[in-house]
Design a protein around this ligand. Structure first.
Ligand code: CU
Length: 124
């Protein structure tokens, strides 16, 4: 929406100053540079949240803190090797899950911390 408005307003500037070409061209680089910076940072932020799927074993549950520790296998989407690590989780997702369970899970990873968005016992 913003970008469309920027383009529309820079077109207006060009049209209104069309009589004098030198003045019409001068403000253009500044405006498009500002527009690019805005959309680039939005793209970078969107790219930081990644989603991955994995299989693991529950090694620790702290429902009060909304934490679960999983000894998980590779997660291809995140290029992660197998490891043991803690994730935040909504406590209600932990219903029926206990330490020692083998689980299938999905996570959101923001580059620093992971949140389990789905977890269920794996079929044996
Ligand atoms: Cu991990």
């Amino acid at each position: 929406m913003k970008k469309v408005l920027m383009i529309a307003s820079s077109l207006l500037v060009v049209v209104s100053l069309a009589a004098c070409k030198k003045e019409a061209e001068a403000p253009k680089p500044t405006e498009s540079a500002a527009a690019n910076t805005g959309s680039m940072s939005e793209m970078a932020m969107a790219a930081e949240m990644k989603h991955g799927k994995g299989v693991g074993t529950v090694t620790e549950i702290d429902a009060a803190k909304g934490m679960v520790t999983l000894d998980h296998g590779d997660i291809a989407e995140l290029q992660w090797p197998a490891m043991k690590m803690g994730f935040t989780i909504k406590p209600d997702l932990l219903a029926g899950i206990k330490v020692g369970d083998k689980v299938n899970f999905e996570i959101d990873w923001d580059g620093k911390a992971g949140t389990v968005t789905r977890i269920e016992k794996a079929e044996k």
